[in-house]
Design a protein around this ligand. Structure first.
Ligand SMILES: Cc1ncc(COP(=O)(O)O)c(C=O)c1O
Length: 408
């Protein structure tokens, strides 16, 4: 007898929630990148986890199945990825979503109710801001955006009804660094949970759960995937109640990633540790080059000793990442747009975290959904340019920026 897709699911099986695989717990980060959550395919011995391109699974009798019954709820390729991501964040649970914003959506819809309040950084990904302001505020969830690099500002923003502190660090696009451990203390003292958007650092450079966070959010579209060929999100947590809530949201609202995207993300995380080393090295050199250039204004990169986030980044990150932002000496949006049009190796595109170098203009692209006065309040200048420094030859990257700056 066919089982209705929305029939109640049996209690969670290991396939529904693979968690942090026990055999990976003693392994080091690089080994987890390559292996965690994955075993040779039991049916064929295939080394790579197959793409289980199926919506449903045969059952011997109702409820008698091999761990999966409907791919909105779980899928073997996705389970392998979830085990891998949990292991990379050192988390008990990893839950994959169809995009980063779908992961944010599940956190807010699962954990908050009308009347609840969220404190968030005032310099954050424009899509997160849009979701908070334009989707949840009309449903009665209240948001305060403040400078979370200042713990006193965070403390002052907390209210009795604050349920969540939303931290993005380093931030998009200003690369501001907030002290996760300090913010976790402040939030927990006020009875709120802490979610950290770890997209820019990736688990290779920063492990928010170890620093006291309750939830880690990823746009897996970025460094986890690493090749600009998929859209995916993930939330990792040690808290069983959060994991249950998030899986309920996933099952009920259906923001599940497809098996092909999960396969690509799994292939991406196999080289995460290698890619991040190169991203960090090249971004540091690019930031130093830009800082010394007469045509640039302020350069933001947490690896620069003069950067306001440098000290905190040294404390909580094992590398400073592959993102660099800078303003031009001529601080006009038009100057930034014509500079961007001249780069050849740096491709003009939204997104980040892939092997190829990308360049973009936040004020007119990724952060255009933030009103101009709010952007300026947060220090996002009109000429600000954001680079995602890829893994090409460093000299080609420097020469490309140099020739584009020479014409300004
Ligand atoms: C820091 C950050 N968080 C979340 C997201 C949303 O992720 P996605 O585009 O995968 O939905 C993005 C996307 O750019 C981002 O940069």
């Amino acid at each position: 007898m066919p089982v209705e897709p929305d029939a109640p699911t049996p209690p969670q099986t290991p396939a529904d929630d693979p968690g942090f695989p026990a055999e990976d717990r003693d392994r080091r980060f690089a080994t987890r990148c390559v292996h965690a959550g994955q075993q040779p395919d039991p049916a064929t011995g295939a080394i790579m986890t197959p793409i289980y391109q199926t919506s449903t699974y045969a059952q011997a009798a109702p409820g008698d199945h091999k761990g999966h019954e409907y791919s909105r709820v779980s899928n073997p390729t996705r389970s392998a990825l979830e085990g891998n991501l949990a292991a990379l964040e050192g988390a008990v649970h990893g839950i994959a979503f169809s995009s980063g914003v779908a992961g944010i959506d599940a956190i807010v819809k699962g954990g908050l109710r009308p009347g609840d309040h969220v404190v968030s950084t005032n310099d954050l990904y424009g899509g997160t801001f849009r979701l908070f302001q334009e989707v949840y505020e009309p449903y009665g969830v209240d948001f305060t955006f403040t400078d979370l690099t200042d713990p006193e500002a965070a403390e002052a923003a907390m209210r009795p009804e604050t349920k969540l502190l939303w931290v993005e660090t380093p931030t998009n696009p200003l690369l501001r660094v907030s002290d996760i451990a300090r913010l976790a203390e402040i939030a927990h003292d006020a009875g709120a949970d802490v979610a950290v958007d770890n997209t820019f650092a990736s688990p290779a450079l920063q492990q928010p759960l170890d620093l006291g966070a309750d939830l880690v959010l990823h746009s897996g579209t970025k460094y986890l995937g690493g090749h600009s060929d998929l859209i995916l999100g993930a939330v990792c947590t040690d808290a069983d109640e959060w994991a249950e809530t998030l899986r309920f949201q996933l099952k009920s609202a259906g923001a599940a990633p497809g098996p092909m995207d999960c396969f690509l993300a799994l292939r991406g995380t196999k080289t995460l540790h290698l890619r991040m080393e190169r991203h960090c090295r090249s971004a540091q050199a690019v930031a130093e080059f830009l800082e010394d250039h007469p045509e640039t204004g302020r350069v933001r990169y947490p690896g620069l000793p003069g950067d306001p986030g440098h000290e905190t980044a040294q404390k909580q990150m094992s590398g400073f990442g592959g993102m660099v932002s800078f303003a031009l000496a001529d601080d006009r949006a038009e100057a930034a747009q014509s500079f961007i049009a001249r780069t050849e190796v740096f491709e003009l595109a939204e997104s980040l975290g892939g092997v190829e170098s990308l360049i973009e203009h936040p004020a007119s692209m990724t952060h255009a959904s933030i009103p101009a006065e709010k952007r300026r309040e947060a220090g996002l200048l009109d000429s600000l340019i954001r680079l995602s420094v890829g893994v090409e030859a460093l000299d080609d990257l420097r020469e490309d920026l140099d020739q584009a700056l020479a014409a300004t």
